[in-house]
Design a protein around this ligand. Structure first.
Ligand code: ADP
Ligand code: MG
Length: 683
């Protein structure tokens, strides 16, 4: 860690205003420095072991005289010694006292996946308490810096709050820009914070700087990427190496799930000549016809030899299900590198190892050992966890959700998330992509690729590891204020990825965005319902998730008055009352469609009753959808009685949720992504 004085010198080089200072070793010199500088001054301890100086009683402000400076020197040294008897004390810094101002923090740290990141927020000694910070991955544009400033909750204090004059926002933009440049250009600086930066009506002054340098900078591992031909994912023949007749073996389950494959299937087993009713071969090379894909389930130690044989056979891709590689040990890592290099020699690609492999329901491919293969559909699911695939697939069967592809990425020794993203991007069956991510190694490349994919297909991500527990304690405020999870969230936001926190949310978002209309144009909403209770809940949820329930203009209310019962609520949410018939909905939808420029999305919330069947409801929603460019989101609440309606909507890709909170929450996440909507429920 650099000393405060060294920090000031660096900041000054980047044209960031800092106080004048002197370093002193005794009280006399402190007094002289204070006099020369002009009181009041601030004095602070200088010790490599004391990171947070205030905590150690190591900061005294408002020193107004020579005598006070003498006293302050002794007090600071004594307090520091009492705080940490082993601390080496290098002296005391005497600095000009800056005028009081709004205390802000500008910090930076190096993320293992995404590189240098800067944070900005409310500063001072209570930063951790306020936790009002935002971050950006470097480099940042001036526009992003301006956005960053407006992002924090306390922004009104900068813009001018309740009669207080606005602060010098332009100076702040300039300073953050220079700090970002300083961080980018200083390769050995790994982490820093300027806390506080005092912002005035005119100008600013940084009155503390903590800069951490390191000689061993861990470069982010960048892998050479060789594109994978699409045909590799559409094999006509598959060999299962390690296929088994023993139902307790992995090789049995994998073989079993592949029995539906309409192409050629070849079990390979060095002991048997028939497996699950098919002729088995002793090795891949013995198979008399071409093999496109090999699924390998034999123990890790044999995998290099099998990969070699597959290469000789001309196999284009191998799914290595076997575990016991990089995830397990150093030897495993070496073994893993070996299989990749063998495969490379033959131009063959590897999925896994330590994975479930791949399910392509529309092609009858399933190399996994899931209990039951999922149905074909339009969602691609890429997952870093095999267990989650098992769960999701099982759950999808009950929920009647289908997949275009399910890919378990495993150790990503060769093919990784990026290759799979590129594949599902081109795959015509895929309409939405869900990723379950634990960790990414090369964040920058990830952002590049996923940003492109997200332009044509919605990409939704769940990232595990949001809890602060277990995150390494950090020496700077910045380190403790923003964890790696926050950096992922920012990376997602910047690249157009919708971040969700639950699997259910991921699938709801995927269903919603798989519709050709995709995103709403803005955040203005109308709600139409036949349930007063849900009208009120709709307003609550909308507010919680940042959706704007518009006020209906008088002319629209007049038009509705013409046919709605006298006691309707004459507002939005539009409550059509419990006895609302099909035609009452129909006429209301007609009015709304006519005024489509007033709103961006309509939430239709209905509950089961005898006046209106779910089928009638669904038909009216379809009619409404055909009449408007805007997004419709249906929530048919209730049990099985609503299923008919739900099915009709589903056939027409109109999202229909069965829990109201989810409806608004998922839309809120979409709006967060598209329009940076901020709302209490989205934190
Ligand atoms: P710490 O190591 O505890 O972060 P700081 O150097 O930030 O110590 O000092 C603690 C507080 O003292 C600051 O948050 C700021 O409010 C005040 N302070 C420090 N230096 C000055 C200064 N030069 N002028 C005015 N106030 C100062
Ligand atoms: Mg400080």
């Amino acid at each position: 860690m650099l000393t405060e004085a060294e920090g000031y010198d660096l900041l000054r080089k980047y044209d960031i205003p800092v106080p004048q200072y002197n370093i002193v070793k005794n009280g006399e010199d402190a007094a002289t420095a204070a006099e020369r500088m002009g009181c009041p001054v601030v004095m602070k301890i200088i010790s490599p072991q004391i990171v947070h100086k205030s905590d150690a009683g190591g900061v005294i402000v408002g020193i107004g005289s020579r005598k006070a400076a003498l006293g302050a020197f002794t007090k600071i040294i004594d307090s520091a010694k009492e705080y940490n008897p082993d601390a080496e004390i290098e002296g005391v810094i005497v600095e000009q006292q800056a005028e009081p101002g709004l205390e802000l923090i500008i910090g930076g740290r190096t993320d293992p996946a995404f590189g240098k990141v800067i944070t900005f927020g409310m500063g001072g000694t209570m930063v951790e308490l306020m936790k009002d910070v935002t971050l950006r991955i470097l480099p940042v544009s001036e526009e992003e810096i301006r956005q960053m400033i407006r992002d924090i909750n306390a922004y009104p204090l900068i813009a001018g709050y309740r009669g207080s004059k606005p602060r010098d926002e332009e100076e702040l933009v300039r300073i953050i820009g220079n700090v970002a440049r300083f961080f980018m250009e200083s390769e050995n600086v790994v982490e820093f914070d300027v806390n506080p930066l005092r912002l005035y009506e005119n100008g600013a002054c940084a009155v503390d700087a903590r800069i951490i340098v390191s000689d061993e900078i861990q470069a982010i591992e960048k892998k050479e990427r060789i594109p994978v031909p699409m045909e590799f994912f559409t094999p006509r023949s598959i060999a299962v190496v390690g296929a088994s007749q023993d139902s307790t073996k992995m090789g049995y389950a994998v073989m079993h799930n592949l029995l539906h494959f309409p192409g050629q299937l070849y079990p390979v087993n060095n002991k048997r000549s028939e497996i699950q009713g098919l002729k088995a071969y002793h090795s891949v090379t013995e198979i008399p016809a071409p093999v496109d894909l090999a699924v390998i389930t034999v123990p890790a130690i044999h995998v290099p030899r099998i990969v070699e044989e597959c290469g000789k056979k001309g196999v284009s891709m191998a799914v290595v299900i076997t575990a016991g590689f990089k995830e397990m040990s150093e030897e495993g890592k070496i073994l893993e590198e070996r299989i990749v290099s063998i495969a490379k020699g033959y131009g063959m690609r590897i999925i896994g190892p330590n994975c479930l492999g791949l399910i392509v329901p529309p092609r009858g491919i399933d190399t996994t050992y899931v209990h039951q293969s999922p149905k074909p559909g339009n969602i691609a699911f890429l997952s870093q966890s095999g267990a989650i695939i098992n769960t999701v697939v099982d759950w999808s069967l009950a929920k009647n959700i289908g997949f275009s592809n399910v890919i378990s990425v495993g150790n990503q020794a060769d093919l990784n998330f990026l290759d799979y993203l590129r594949y599902v991007e081109k795959d015509p069956k895929t309409k939405a992509i869900i990723m379950y991510i634990e960790q990414i190694t090369d964040g920058k490349t990830f952002m590049e690729v996923v940003s492109e994919v997200a332009k044509t297909k919605p990409v939704i991500a769940i990232k595990s590891g949001s809890s602060r527990k277990g995150q390494a304690a950090s020496a700077s405020h910045t380190g403790s204020l923003s964890g790696s999870y926050d950096v992922y969230m920012e990376a997602f936001r910047k690249s157009g990825v919708i971040a969700v926190h639950t699997l259910t949310g991921a699938f709801l978002a995927a269903q919603m965005l798989a519709h050709p209309k995709r995103y709403p144009k803005g955040k203005r909403a109308v709600v139409v319902t036949n349930a007063g209770g849900f009208a009120v809940l709709s307003s609550d949820y909308a507010e919680r998730y940042g959706i704007e329930i518009i006020d209906l203009p008088q002319d629209v209310i007049d038009e509705l008055n013409a046919f709605l019962p006298e006691f309707w609520n004459k507002g939005n949410p539009i409550d059509l009352l419990g006895d609302a018939s099909e035609s009452r909905f129909e006429k209301t939808f007609e009015v709304l469609a006519k005024h489509g420029e007033l709103w961006d999305m309509a939430f239709i919330v209905s509950f089961p009753n005898l006046v209106l069947t779910s089928e009638q409801m669904a038909k009216q929603i379809l009619k409404f959808s055909a009449r408007t460019e805007n997004r419709l989101i249906a929530t048919l609440l209730g049990g099985d009685s609503m299923d008919v309606g739900r099915e009709i909507l589903k056939e027409h890709s109109i999202p229909s949720f069965d829990e109201l909170d989810f409806t608004y929450r998922v839309m809120g996440r979409v709006l967060w992504q598209k329009f940076r909507v901020k709302a209490p429920g989205l934190l």
